[in-house]
Design a protein around this ligand. Structure first.
Ligand code: GLN
Length: 531
């Protein structure tokens, strides 16, 4: 049973499922619906349920799964939550990502501790109840809570999630639930026609699980004729006005406009019982700025290990793109392979970003990038590992010739970056890092404090190693000063190069808090310094 009575009464729920194929923009559709409802004035939250057996995303390979996103309360999740935060300009939390692995673990631990009092523990009702509890918890302080179910309906591993969202309507009332099914309608080039059969079958599958959707979103490559939607409606017993077309579009940030054009607003209005227009003016402004060809182009070198894999650094690239739009410049991202990077690569760009990362591969290239930036006054933004490598670069310049990170084998003489006490020996396991929001106080009068405009900040973290303050004299001699620390002064949170055009690096991941309509000041200022 759903335990959270308060959530049951207050909140309305939108469930987004997929059919035919995964990877056709279900998450962006869900987030766009959220953005529209937010623009109507509602408090909207959003959650993703994924049927993976992983407990969290902390150990997933970024090449395969893209960047690991960290919530403010320290949960390591997949990059969908980043999209959600960017579209809704809100903070997801540890309930926003639900993986089967974590649910199984919770159930099995409860069973081992005698929590089921000798009863048989089963997928239904125990697993499905737990899914519903997580949904109720994630939506408890919202007007509208959106739940995206990963994969496609009918996937063996996802069945219990579909059953859980069906059951959910029994507890909160069908009128408080809106089921949106996103299907793909392929264009067959040889016969020059759109094929609706897979979509029809996908709807049949969903019906077979007891869910008749309120909205069917048909994703197509090109805008489709209305007759396609009518055909799908006719074959599936769904009113024709509830079957909508969403063709591909260049930028994900234009999807909310596409969703609005599709006719979804009327359905949403009916669902929430109010027909006010959403205020999309900020989105429109952002779209206008993004679509423009500006006189000035800035080239940013992203010194990275997974070169060209935008998903592995998606928060960083999205933050840069938005910062460029609001700064009214065109942006070119030059991917610089950290393993081969030379001064020539650094000289060819206007500024350097060194993002986060793990492991020694490419570390020397990142240290060279920071050294180059210090020596040539090249704007530099260091993010987590990017700050650690900047400190190593400065310490080497300051006389510790073999300075390095303990992560890459540096001993006591040279470990400018060292392991946090309490984390020793756990390097290979999941969930042992400093994760989520941590406060920092910024040095009065520093560039960092000026950029933020305040002296106390809260940023998200995901790291094990930290600056060894024993080496601060050498780091300073090499050109960097500490511009922010943890409130107790124990941990270095920010460094900067005094007098530089822009050289700020942080132990945190500010990219996780940057939103297209609310760009993080470090990114805004970094791009501004390139103009
Ligand atoms: N590998 C470094 C650490 O664990 C940096 C981590 C990161 O960049 N996210 O401290």
């Amino acid at each position: 049973m759903v335990k959270n009575k308060k959530a049951e009464k207050k909140c309305k729920y939108i469930f987004v499922t997929g059919g035919v194929l995964s990877g056709v923009g279900k998450g962006i559709t869900a987030a766009s619906i959220g953005a529209i409802l937010k623009a109507k004035g509602y408090k909207v939250s959003i959650q993703k349920c994924d049927p993976y057996l992983n407990v969290d995303a902390g150990l997933l390979n970024p090449v395969e799964h893209g960047e690991c996103f960290v919530t403010h309360d320290g949960k390591e999740t997949d990059l969908d939550l980043g999209h959600y935060e960017r579209f809704l300009d809100f903070e997801t939390n540890k309930y926003s990502s639900v993986l089967s692995g974590a649910l199984y673990r919770e159930l099995i631990e409860k069973e081992r501790n005698g929590g089921f009092h000798g009863k048989t523990v089963q997928m239904i009702p125990h697993f499905t109840d737990l899914v519903q509890e997580k949904i109720a918890m994630a939506g408890q302080s919202s007007d509208i809570h959106i739940v995206e179910i990963g994969g496609t309906v009918g996937d063996y591993e996802g069945l219990s999630f579909i059953e859980a969202i069906r059951l959910f309507a029994n507890h909160v009332g069908r009128e408080n639930c809106l089921y949106v099914h996103v299907v793909y309608v392929p264009w067959i080039n040889t016969s020059k026609e759109l094929k609706t059969k897979p979509a029809q079958n996908a709807l049949k599958d969903l019906r077979g699980f007891g869910i008749i959707p309120d909205v069917v979103v048909c994703r197509t490559e090109k805008p489709a004729p209305r007759s396609m939607c009518e055909k799908i409606a006719g074959f599936s017993g769904i009113p024709s006005e509830a079957v909508l077309n969403l063709p591909d579009i260049d930028s994900v940030y234009d999807v909310p406009f596409n969703v609005l054009k599709s006719g979804v607003l009327e359905i949403l209005n009916k669902f929430v019982g109010d027909d006010t227009e959403p205020d999309m003016s900020r989105w429109q402004e952002f779209s206008r700025l993004r679509g423009k060809q500006w006189a000035k182009t800035v080239k940013v070198g992203l010194v990275a290990k997974y070169v060209g894999n935008e998903d592995a650094y998606i928060c960083v690239t999205e933050a840069l793109k938005a910062a460029a739009a609001w700064n009214k410049v065109n942006l070119e991202i030059e991917w610089i392979n950290a393993e081969e990077a030379t001064d020539k690569d650094f000289a060819a760009v206007d500024g350097l970003v060194v993002p986060g990362g793990f492991g020694a591969r490419g570390a020397e290239g990142k240290i060279r990038a920071a050294t180059y930036a210090l020596e040539h006054d090249k704007p530099y933004l260091g993010l987590c590992l990017g700050m650690q490598m900047a400190c190593v670069a400065a310490a080497r310049r300051g006389g510790i010739k073999a300075a390095n990170s303990e992560e890459f084998g540096a001993g006591e003489e040279n470990n400018v970056i060292y392991i946090m006490e309490g984390q020793k020996g756990k390097e290979e396991t999941g969930g042992t890092m400093r994760l989520g929001d941590c406060a920092a106080k910024l040095a009065k009068g520093s560039r960092t404090a000026k950029v933020y405009g305040v002296e106390k900040v809260m940023e998200r973290h995901r790291h094990r190693y930290e600056v060894n303050q024993k080496f601060l004299p050498e780091i300073e001699k090499g050109g960097l000063v500490v511009s922010g620390t943890s409130p107790d002064g124990e941990l270095v949170e920010f460094v900067e190069a005094p007098g530089a055009r822009f050289f700020v690096a942080t132990q945190a991941h500010p990219e996780l808090k940057s939103r297209p309509l609310n760009v993080h000041p470090l990114f805004l200022e970094f791009v501004k310094s390139l103009k």
